[in-house]
Ligand binder design. Structure first.
Ligand SMILES: Nc1nc2c(ncn2[C@@H]2O[C@H](COP(=O)(O)OP(=O)(O)O)[C@@H](O)[C@H]2O)c(=O)[nH]1
Ligand SMILES: [Mg+2]
Length: 144
């Protein structure tokens, strides 16, 4: 299963990609679309600037699943209403990140629903419990 990660800068896309790929977690700014195994990590700028929507749409061409990430810390969302329509035919999941911080999962959930997401999971990088659910979605088999 190929998956594409979308979300504003700092929401945790690269961290999630690293966890799913079992890499050492280290901060690294994503400047371009990165293909790491089955995971496509996209720069936050692609969501922040509408001129890049086309690039996201093209990059989604050969993925099976799209994860739209929303940090539970963020008080605003960059996803426009019904953003998911841009990816019609794809399986889309909302992923709420940073649930370990002073955060508001309900607010993040509302943002994602507003943008058209129906199925939502909440995770954070230090507690791996819910990451298992994400792995199941991707059918990545792991020893953990
Ligand atoms: N506390 C906490 N920090 C996180 C979490 N996920 C990511 N971060 C941190 O948030 C920062 C940005 O993460 P990154 O994955 O680079 O975001 P990206 O810009 O969406 O790729 C980094 O310092 C990460 O360590 C999380 O679940 N909890
Ligand atoms: Mg990144």
């Amino acid at each position: 299963m190929k998956v594409m990660l979308i979300g504003r800068t700092g929401c945790g896309k690269t961290t999630l990609a690293q966890i799913l790929n079992d890499e050492v977690i280290e901060y690294r700014k994503t400047q371009m679309i990165l293909y790491e195994g089955e995971i496509i990590d996209t720069p936050g700028e692609y969501l922040e600037n509408r001129n890049y929507y086309r690039a996201l749409s093209v990059a989604s061409g050969d993925v099976d699943i799209i994860f739209m990430l929303q940090s539970a810390e963020d008080k605003e969302s960059l996803y426009p209403p019904n953003f998911t329509e841009m990816f019609h035919g794809k399986t889309i999941y909302g992923i709420i990140t940073k649930t370990d911080l002073n955060s508001n999962i309900e607010r993040a959930s509302k943002f994602l629903k507003y943008s058209g997401v129906e199925k939502i999971y909440a995770i954070n990088s230090s507690e791996k419990a819910n990451i298992k659910e994400i792995r199941k979605l991707l059918k990545i088999s792991h020893s953990e």
